[in-house]
Design a binder for this molecule. Structure first.
Ligand SMILES: [Cu+2]
Length: 274
């Protein structure tokens, strides 16, 4: 528990936030884009360390978002190339989706709820996905000012069928040790988006637009497991985006500072609104 409280302090201290073009797990709302539809592409390159093994992966994700009145829905599907010590693995990751609903939408404030879901389109055995559906509700709060947008969110994420399929034996000769394909919190779990089977998370994002064509983003997420079989994890994000009409391009970094799988990730993104 001491470790968890230290993590909370760290994440709060470091949570200046930002609105990535394509949010991953547990990221609070990004600066709203007034257009109805948005398509995004994101490329990732990451080094990771998980359970004593080091490796590298590349990812490419396509996403779509729809915003109308108080609703904001988004979904994205990644494709990964994972280079583990034992060899490469290619394939889709888990499909992620989120629906945000603003309950109060004032010019300078908004707040509401959200519901996130991820679907096991990624292979858990190749460590590209979690092997089960994850669901979770959350509450968020955003502050909009002329050049600054800030948001914070508190939520829960849980595995729908955790525990039912964990008895599956690993294939003979499989190089992942110490965990079932479904135990995503242990070494052997998914590498691209590590998380706990059940966790309470808090995230914050801040965007600052010093000029119309530049947006600086920073943020962080801290997640604490709600069952014994997990580990506190924290991710910090920073990036810069270049809005130009309906096209927004950007680059950024993400760093896992706590957790069983650590990553140092660089990303490039592009989003087009219409
Ligand atoms: Cu999971």
């Amino acid at each position: 528990m001491r470790r968890a409280s230290r993590a909370v302090a760290l994440a709060f201290a470091a949570s200046f936030s930002g609105g990535g073009a394509l949010a991953q797990h547990c990221e609070p709302p990004a600066a709203p884009d007034p257009s109805l539809f948005r398509v995004t592409a994101r490329a990732d390159a990451a080094h990771y360390e998980s359970g004593g093994e080091r490796g590298y992966y590349e990812g490419f994700a396509l996403g779509a978002a729809f915003r109308y009145a108080v609703l904001h829905a988004r979904a994205s599907l990644p494709y990964y190339r994972l280079l583990e010590p034992a060899g490469p693995a290619n394939g889709f990751g888990d499909l992620e989706s989120k629906l945000e609903i603003a309950v109060l939408d004032e010019p300078s404030w908004s707040l509401g709820g959200a519901f996130a879901a991820s679907f096991p389109t990624g292979s858990a055995e190749k460590r590209l996905g979690m092997g089960h559906v994850m669901l979770g509700p959350s509450l968020w709060l955003a502050r909009h000012a002329e050049t600054v947008f800030a948001s914070a969110e508190l939520g829960f994420m849980g595995a729908l069928d955790d525990g039912e399929e964990q008895a599956e034996p690993m294939p003979p000769g499989h190089h992942h040790h110490g965990a079932s394909p479904n135990a995503h919190h242990e070494p052997g779990g998914p590498i691209p988006n590590p998380m706990n089977p059940n966790e309470l998370w808090v995230g914050a994002n801040v965007s600052y637009e010093p000029a119309r064509v530049v947006r600086l983003n920073a943020g962080g997420t801290l997640a604490v497991p709600t069952s014994d079989d997990g580990e506190t994890r924290a991710t910090l994000r920073a990036g810069v985006e270049f809005p130009r009409g309906s096209l927004v391009t950007g680059v950024g970094v993400e760093l896992d500072v706590l957790g069983i799988t650590r990553r140092e990730l660089a990303l490039a993104s592009a989003g087009f609104s219409f």
